[in-house]
Design a protein around this ligand. Structure first.
Ligand code: ACO
Ligand SMILES: O=CC(=O)O
Ligand code: MG
Length: 526
């Protein structure tokens, strides 16, 4: 294995960049790195496209009333006795993982936060501007080599001696990288983000005793996991790193993937580092997939907690499935963040996070996510107390659980309120405005908001309006009432939010529901 990454592929012809490239960005966009990305596109783009077609076909069937269930054709995999390959040493203990965008300061702060793992996020927490995506790669390259530093606002940032293990989350299969084409076709973000990170860092990470570790977002089927596995195999061979050294933790954050957790682990068994419960996208996915099914309307977002049966069953099934296969099952993100200048509200936020982490550790998760360094100590204290071993894969928790499709599909009790409608409008517009300005994670009303939580706001509004839901006060959410509430909330935010107000309303009302807010949003992103 050499220090300088090399690719067997020749520097690429056919790849074009349609954006300015600074001197510093050229260090990332080298001919060799771009040749590798080009090859990923040429080999795997037809399958990516086919899988996106399968998503659309499935949605049409769901719109017609079909419900998901465990697949008959993969019963043998579910019932078989197999395990994933052994975990590398530095992925055995993942009790607290901090996440955040690939901004230079955030990366340093997250790696120094005391968390076991840092997930550097090109996805939900990042607005995919060209500079964010390419500079993020540069920041991570420097983080891997431990040369990352920053002087900002009179403060000096550098890495502590002991830092978190680094995982990167590339964009999901659906998101294009519009600034790059290969053979005149748009390159997709997953190939760009994975390709550049793996090319620049895989060998270096292995040399340093870690490895090229990834979180894989928004998968809807085991066939999508198979594609990632093939991409990993190709990358290992091309970059000359050992087979199985790339590890992927799949986010189970779509209602459809929940029915294929065994199969997803199986596809990735030589490359798997377990599963994670991405609760926010999961709720979004439930709304999106069942948007036309009037008996599956969810109540206000604040009422869809991890304690409601549908969500609790999903997380317990993830624990059972992972542990049967020797894999870690990581919990999710509580959206509560520290509240400045309000001790009472701050105490409540901490109590919420504590309760969430106690539930996760008690149920059997092997680790969890936090959004803010201020929550690392609390989550660590909870996991240290309730999980005294590095993980609880062998604890036997949830092994007697018997989950049927209805346990995952039955919506929770609860009502839709005018306040819930207004909050979704207000938060959705504020988030989208920030995203269009280049920030993908923002604090709004003392909660962490990112692309996944904004999608819930949008999809709920769409479904409630479409279904003409009855509000708790007895009124129907007619198109007229929706317009009235929308105009009122947008009016309170004012003219600075004009672009976001227009786009968010379009996304909350346009038929059919757009698959992702970030797709039409990306067309408007500078
Ligand atoms: C649904 C999902 O996908 S969840 C995963 C994706 N979402 C995320 O990763 C969200 C991550 N969190 C964040 O981005 C931020 O915490 C926010 C936007 C929610 C709040 O940000 P802020 O209000 O700026 O936080 P705050 O002002 O309290 O920050 C205090 C310090 O902590 C740092 N900080 C805050 N969050 C993080 C983080 N996640 N990682 C690293 N550092 C952080 C800030 O940079 C700041 O550092 P400084 O004192 O050196 O300037
Ligand atoms: O990515 C995490 C989620 O909750 O969505
Ligand atoms: Mg997500």
């Amino acid at each position: 294995m050499s220090d300088t990454p090399t690719s067997k592929a020749a520097p690429s012809e056919g790849l074009q960049i349609h954006a300015p490239v600074s001197e510093q960005q050229r260090e990332i966009l080298t001919p060799e790195a771009l040749a590798f990305v080009t090859e990923l596109h040429r080999r795997f783009e037809p399958r990516r496209r086919e899988l996106m077609g399968a998503r659309a076909d499935r949605q049409a069937r769901l719109d017609a009333g079909e419900l998901p269930d465990f697949l008959p054709e993969t019963r043998e995999i579910r019932e078989g006795d197999w395990k994933i390959a052994p975990l590398p040493a530095d992925l055995q203990d993942r009790r607290v993982e901090i996440t955040g965008p690939v901004d230079r300061k955030m990366i340093i702060n997250a790696l120094n936060s005391g968390a076991r793992v840092f997930m550097a996020d090109f996805e939900d927490a990042s607005s995919p501007t060209w500079d964010n995506m390419v500079d993020g790669q540069r920041n991570l390259r420097d983080a891997v080599r431990r040369t990352i530093t920053l002087e900002q606002s009179g403060k000096s940032y550098q890495l502590n001696d002991k830092t978190a293990v680094l995982l990167a989350r590339p964009r999901g299969w659906h998101l294009p990288e519009k600034h790059v084409t290969v053979d005149n076709e748009t390159l997709f973000g997953a190939f760009f983000d994975f390709g550049l990170y793996a090319f620049h860092n895989a060998a270096e990470l292995l040399k340093r005793g870690s490895g090229p570790y990834f979180y894989l977002p928004k998968l809807e089927s085991h066939l999508e996991a198979r594609l990632w596995n093939d991409v990993f195999n190709f990358a290992e061979e091309t970059l000359g790193i050992p087979h199985g050294s790339i590890k992927g933790t799949v986010l189970i954050e779509t209602i459809l993937a929940t029915f294929e957790m065994d199969e997803i682990l199986y596809e990735l068994r030589e490359h798997s580092a377990g599963l994670n419960c991405g609760r926010w996208d999961y709720i979004f996915s439930y709304i999106k997939k069942f948007r036309e099914q009037g008996d599956r309307v969810l109540p206000d977002r604040s009422k869809v907690s991890m304690a409601v049966p549908m969500m609790s069953n999903y997380s317990k099934l993830a624990i059972q499935t992972c542990h049967k296969r020797g894999a870690p099952s990581i919990g999710g993100m509580s959206a509560f963040i520290p509240v400045k200048n309000d001790p009472e509200a701050n105490e409540k936020a901490f109590a919420q996070v504590r309760a969430d982490k106690e539930r996760e550790a008690g149920n059997g998760h092997d680790g969890t996510w936090v959004a803010h360094p201020g929550m690392v100590q609390l989550a660590t204290e909870v996991f240290d107390r309730l999980m005294p071993t590095p993980n609880q894969i062998d604890s036997g928790k949830q092994m007697d659980l018997k989950i049927k499709a209805a346990d995952l599909l039955t919506p929770p009790e609860g009502t839709v309120t005018e306040a819930g409608v207004r909050t979704n409008i207000n938060v959705g517009i504020q988030y989208l405005a920030a995203w269009l300005r280049g920030s993908g994670a923002v604090p709004i009303h003392n909660l962490m908001e990112d692309a996944a939580t904004a999608e819930i706001s949008r999809a709920q509004l769409w479904q409630w309006r479409k279904q003409g839901v009855t509000l708790e006060d007895g009124r129907t959410l007619s198109h007229e009432l929706f317009d009235e509430l929308y105009a009122d909330e947008a009016g309170k935010l004012g003219g600075d939010y004009a672009d976001a107000t227009k786009l968010f309303k379009d996304m909350a009302t346009r038929t059919p529901l757009a698959d992702f807010l970030t797709l039409p949003g990306y067309e408007q992103l500078a």
